[in-house]
Design a protein around this ligand. Structure first.
Ligand code: AMP
Ligand code: MN
Ligand code: MN
Length: 343
């Protein structure tokens, strides 16, 4: 059983340190923006939106990158600022400033982790309660619905006005991490930020269609198969219920699909009314799975994730699982009772 700690966001001193670090840069300083591996809408959107803001401030040597293969998931391949992306292998080895987005721990930065060891400061913008505190200046707000909320506040404090390009990036980040404004973190402040972004003239219908409602037919068939093998375990999590399924590399190959299409799968699985916890195992190698977990409020899945080597938020978390799918599911099941939320 858990005792909840009260999350606190950045202090005025943290904000001032971040603003000072950016303002201290000469225009020819090399700035490297990084985000977590397998970047999602928040990682890419907050990073590129902030990068465009730095460009407006006059930064001339800007790079944005993420670990692993330099492949942007198709739904995000239209984002403004993609021209700033470089492969991790080509990123400045010794930049003057590093800004890190949406990564709760160094382990999420893969081969870019050595960029935390630079002479210049490392700014960390994040919203994971499980953030480990790496880096020099911490703008980590566990109450923020997305890292883009933190990024927008820093841009405002740097007097960068929002334009449609910055807004499109930040809007993608906000809508992906709030499940299109459905999740609990959707506060009045989230809607006020959305209003400021929409006021720049961006088109929410177009953006949502590209990001959420546009998949190849093969992905629809793949979902049918993977959902067809979902298992419901009503007794798990002390009777709150678990629903889970898995997708293999072979499933992807048979339907000729890229791994990113599986990111939306958890949303179809978590619809299950009979289960508080939903889990999707996405195979990444022979005995390795990227695990996504969601809860509707009875279980703190970040506890489960941390216990199994990952991290995340109370109601959305993940980890890398090793072994067979049934073994990984068994390890999750065993952690659920200890992660029940009592208050
Ligand atoms: P996902 O299920 O991939 O959408 O991730 C949900 C949440 O869990 C996000 O906030 C991620 O940052 C976090 N997360 C997912 N996978 C991992 C991992 N392997 N290690 C740490 N955190 C993770
Ligand atoms: Mn993320
Ligand atoms: Mn996020």
């Amino acid at each position: 059983m858990l005792t909840e700690s009260v999350p606190t966001g950045p202090t005025e001193a943290d904000w001032a340190a971040a603003v000072a670090a950016v303002r201290a840069l000469p225009a020819d300083a090399r700035v490297l923006l990084i985000c977590h591996v397998n970047p999602d809408g928040d990682a890419l959107g907050s990073m590129l939106g902030f990068a465009l803001g730095l460009r407006r401030l006059g930064a001339r040597q800007l790079q944005a990158t993420f670990p692993g293969p330099p492949e942007v998931p198709e739904p995000f391949r239209w984002l403004p600022g993609l021209d700033l992306l470089v492969p991790a292998t080509g990123a400045y080895p010794d930049p003057d400033l590093v800004v890190c987005f949406d990564a709760a721990s160094e382990s999420r930065l893969g081969e870019l982790v050595d960029r935390l060891d630079i002479d210049g400061p490392v700014l960390v913008l994040d919203h994971h309660a499980s953030n480990t505190g790496f880096g020099d200046v911490h703008l980590v707000d566990p109450t923020a619905a997305a890292t883009s909320v933190v990024a927008e506040e820093l841009l405002a404090r740097l007097d960068v006005p929002l334009d449609a390009e910055i807004a499109a990036c930040l809007y993608v980040a906000l809508t992906t991490d709030t499940g299109s404004f459905r999740f609990e973190a959707t506060t009045p402040a989230v809607h006020q930020l959305a209003a400021r972004l929409l006021a720049t003239g961006i088109r929410p219908g177009d953006i949502s269609r590209r990001v959420f409602d546009s998949r190849p037919f093969g992905a629809v068939r793949l979902f049918g198969e993977v959902l067809g093998r979902a298992r419901l375990e009503p007794a798990a999590a002390a009777g709150h219920g678990l629903v889970w399924t898995y997708a293999t590399l072979d499933d992807l190959a048979r339907h000729d699909q890229r791994p990113y299409v599986l990111e939306a799968l958890i949303d179809s699985v978590r619809c299950t009314a009979e289960a508080d916890v939903a889990v999707v195992l996405k195979q990444v190698a022979a005995d390795e799975w990227a695990v996504s977990m969601r809860s509707k409020g009875a279980v703190d899945v970040s506890r489960v994730a941390v216990a199994l080597g990952g991290g995340g938020h109370r109601f959305a978390a993940g980890f890398t699982g090793r072994g067979g799918a049934d073994d990984v599911a068994g390890r999750i099941r065993a952690e659920l009772d200890g992660a029940l939320i009592t208050s």
